[in-house]
Design a protein around this ligand. Structure first.
Ligand code: F6R
Length: 366
């Protein structure tokens, strides 16, 4: 049932070309210039007229929500707030009937997310779900939604669910942008084509497997890790750090790279591995100078870069290449090497990657 892989987590990482394709199946056609999310159709007007979007989730699902914030704001021009469900529900939040809530959950059973939905519903908000497990409690509690269709995720560390969540949320954002008229035809078409090309590019990103294993061996005994990214890739830094923490038990922190100088830079010495997500996008120049800052303090830089990047190759100790794509979709590719890195480090440390200590696949306690 592990399909020849040693662990479910590895199998699920390698399934991503297919699972992301499944999450788009029948929903997108670049040729026709169409994105259709059947489960949202009845509520499309609500989404189009939303004054605000509140995104709720926990853990990895919350990270997917953070990526969605960037794309919804950039293209649909709707203000977005991303909240931990567990904080939202206990703080008497301001919720209006013109607000749309998007609840994200792989399992569809996370207790805090479910309770946050019930609270928002009682205040009159329309609730959309982005869930993986069909018929679970959260999709049943929502007004509308779109399943991620990633297939069963068995490994406790969420991998293919994350890329499917980001895919579906990004499609939602582009649907909203199109119907609000806030996106140009040119960008709309570019994005549709970029979506269609993503599965093949995930496959290419997976080709760095051997190189990542090699890097994992070098850093497996580190006691701390820093993950840095900017813009769309800031949430990817958080997700990379979470993956490493939960399965290898190495302390890791994710930060927006620009925040480094406000504190975490003090941690950097010759023993500190710093993973940069440094793809060629609108924050490239800025992240290059962040890499220089780390190098100047002898930090050990591992950089996820866009294929063919020459500049960062000269600065970083190791680079891992991913294919170029539309900036808004880079998180789907950039997270792949980070999943693999955490996987190999955990295996080399003898950890039980599919069943990490103290963790459960769905958190039904509050
Ligand atoms: C991380 C992980 C957890 C979950 C979180 C939310 O790898 O698996 O952080 O993402 O417990 O779970 P769902 O998405 O099922 O609501």
């Amino acid at each position: 049932e592990k399909g020849g892989f040693e662990h479910f987590m590895l199998k699920e990482i390698f399934e991503q070309p297919k699972s992301v394709k499944d999450s788009m199946r029948g929903r997108i056609s670049a040729e026709k210039g169409q994105i259709m999310l059947g489960g949202l159709r009845e509520y499309l007007d609500k989404l189009t007229q939303a004054q605000r979007i509140i995104i709720l989730g926990c853990g990895t699902s919350w990270h997917a929500g953070l990526v969605a914030e960037y794309i919804f704001e950039e293209y649909a021009r709707i203000p977005v707030e991303v909240e931990y469900a567990s904080e939202f529900r206990y703080r008497n939040p301001v919720i209006n009937p013109e607000d749309i809530v998007i609840a994200i959950s792989q399992s569809g059973e996370t207790a805090d997310t479910l309770a946050a939905i019930e609270l928002a519903k009682s205040k009159g908000a329309v609730i959309f779900g982005v869930c993986n497990v069909v018929g679970a409690s959260i999709p049943r509690a929502t007004h509308a939604g779109a399943y991620t269709h990633a297939g069963p995720e068995i490994g406790v560390a969420s991998t293919k669910a994350f890329t499917a969540q980001v895919t579906v949320l990004s499609m939602m954002a582009i649907v909203a942008a199109k119907s609000r008229g806030t996106i140009s035809d040119k960008v709309y078409r570019e994005l549709l084509t970029a979506f269609e090309d993503i599965p093949v590019k995930i496959q290419q990103a997976l080709n760095s497997n051997a190189q990542i294993k090699y890097i994992a061996d070098i850093f497996k005994d580190a006691r701390n890790f820093l993950y840095l990214g900017r813009g769309y890739n800031f949430p990817v830094a958080l997700e990379g750090a979470l993956k490493l923490k939960e399965i290898s038990y190495i302390h890791a922190e994710g930060y927006p790279a620009a925040e480094m100088k406000h504190g975490p830079i003090a941690l950097i010495d010759e023993e500190m591995p710093v993973v940069f997500i440094a793809t060629k996008d609108s924050s490239y120049e800025k992240i290059v100078s962040n890499i220089q800052e780390v190098r100047a303090r002898k930090g050990r830089v591992i950089a996820v870069v866009t294929e063919g990047d020459q500049l960062i190759k000269q600065m970083a100790e190791f680079v891992i290449e991913i294919p170029a794509t539309h900036e808004a979709l880079t998180p789907i590719l950039a997270v792949i090497p980070l999943q693999l890195l955490s996987y190999y480090i955990a295996v080399m440390r003898g950890c039980n990657v599919d069943q990490p200590r103290n963790l459960a696949k769905s958190v039904t306690v509050e």
